[in-house]
Design a protein around this ligand. Structure first.
Ligand code: TIU
Length: 235
């Protein structure tokens, strides 16, 4: 056990630091993953996202065991839609829009069943859930203050969708000085091509936005880390 662990990531090794890392789980909500939700209302094939759940559940478990902070986000809006820009509401020609009644309650509205996180990845007591009105998790949320207060400088980035909320959040984090490692099998897109290119774009140009590695190498690194209890004992 040690305070850091080396991950064989691309484009270069990533040194994971136990007490400076958070795992961020972006928008693993029923509205994106289940038939009848927002994702499907936009014309997407929601089956594409299901494969993310098992490896992400294992990764979250490893982070919890290592005492690494787990932060969940949910994209959604107030029931009166006052925080939903008209341009977002009007966008495209979907069968249903944000705020409409869907199979799991009003689509992408806070407090509705569909807005919440899928059962398999439900937050446990003490984990932070950030409600965000936009694609990026830093926009109009308390995330920045929370990470600063916790001394976090590195993010393991997971969730959906790769080219939308995962990319936007990773770019926001990169500009704020965070080192981001995107876990390739724990992010998902409705479009296989966007999944492939989205991951390429993170690690291109010497890691222009960050690093990429899959859970098969990130989980063993997490298990090598000392836990907060170990670190307390060593003091
Ligand atoms: N439509 C789509 O791909 N994504 C979103 O609208 N939000 C997130 O990515 N969370």
């Amino acid at each position: 056990m040690s305070a850091t662990a080396e991950i064989p990531a691309e484009p270069s090794p990533f040194t994971l630091a136990a007490d400076r890392t958070a795992l961020i789980v972006i928008d693993m909500q029923r509205d994106f993953l289940l038939p009848g939700g927002f994702g499907e209302s936009l014309g997407n094939d929601v089956d594409q996202l299901a494969r993310v759940v098992p490896p992400l559940a294992a990764l979250i478990g490893a982070a919890r065991d290592a005492g690494v902070m787990v932060i969940h986000t949910r994209e959604g809006h107030r029931p009166d839609l006052s925080d939903c820009p008209p341009a977002k509401l009007r966008r495209g020609a979907p069968s249903k829009r944000i705020g409409d009644e869907g199979k799991y309650g009003r689509i992408l509205i806070r407090g509705e069943y569909g807005h919440d996180i899928v059962d398999e990845l439900a937050p446990v007591a003490g984990e932070v859930v950030i409600d965000k009105p936009g694609k990026g998790a830093f926009y109009a949320t308390e995330l920045s203050e929370l990470l600063t207060a916790a001394g976090i400088t590195q993010l393991l980035v997971t969730g959906v969708t790769t080219e939308v909320c995962v990319h936007t959040t990773t770019r926001e984090a990169n500009d704020r000085g965070y080192e981001c490692l995107v876990v390739s099998d724990c992010v998902g897109s409705y479009f296989p091509e966007f999944q492939r290119v989205g991951l390429e774009m993170i690690k291109a140009q010497g890691g222009i936005f960050g690093w990429v590695a899959d859970s098969a190498v990130v989980i063993p690194a997490l298990t090598q880390l000392t836990t907060p209890a170990d670190r307390e004992e060593a003091r």
